[in-house]
Design a protein around this ligand. Sequence first.
Ligand code: UT7
Length: 297
Amino acid sequence: MVSEIVDTTDEWITSRTGIKTRYVSTTETLLDLAVEASKKALASAGIESKDLDMIICSTIKGDYVTPSMACLIQRDIEAKCPSFDFNAACSGFVYGLDMADAYIRAGKAETILLVSAEAMTRHIDWTDRATCVLFGDGAGAVVLKKGDGLRSIKITAKGDDKLLVIGSVFSPSPFAKQPQIDPAFRMNGGEVFKFAVSSVIKDVKQVMKEAGVEAKDIAMMVPHQANLRVFQAARDKLGFTDEQIANGIDHYGNTSSASIPLLLDELMEQGRLVKGDLIVLTAFGGGLTTGACVIKL
Ligand code: UT7
């Protein structure tokens, strides 16, 4: 119980965020989660790992600085293709879709495994009640191939290290003159909340306009799971009903870039999303980055 660690209550967490439960890796490495998600994605796509042309992994920090998560996923699923990580924080999955789309359109790859793997609970200050109640660990993956499913996509960045930051720890050096950097997750929650709501509204309106679709055409909007209240605040401005907005924050918490693919997998498995559905994805987070897209499944 987190209320035994910091001064908080289930009532506060549920009413302010929508979170009820989340997963914290204890014995698993982040690679364990990423490899399991990758194997599941390959099996459900009916693709063999030897047929992958590229593995891209979004993560704010893998198990190592180097090798990348993607290289170790490649080893463990026995693929033979270029593999690399990138960091677009919570917007990583949408950034990854945009990147994969560019490689496929350029003819440089036909089949790409996109993995989002995040161990956010490693970066939390477990004495800071404002943030330690928010995050969970997880990984999700998709296999991407040439097609006309991606109807529109947008990614943005606005450089900022004041509102949301996680510092790095470096090896001690006799030459370093910089002060020690705080390695824990720090966030100005209120300002990030405002940024999130305005970005979701702006980005989703733009990608829906570009795709020529309206709210009534969308089976579901699958947002990055940071706070239930962000989507409630954006819902009316976008013309969605509650039923059209996917919610996984109650059982996953905030898993950064893994939150969208984790939820997509669950919705497909439950039959709540089916082939042919139009969906909107929207994400926002550290950087500050944002991304949104319209996809026909
Ligand atoms: O995924 C990356 C992007 N991240 C986000 O989008 C997060 C966006 N921000 C948020 O979701 C919300 O700002 C939070 C959930 C982080 C915080 O919710 P809030 O409604 O903005 O709360 P607050 O920070 O304004 O704090 C309100 C009160 C304060 O007490 P006082 O000053 O009013 O007496 C806090 O000290 O709630 C207190 N508080 C808590 N109380 C019990 C803060 N954290 C807790 C807690 N338990 N865990």
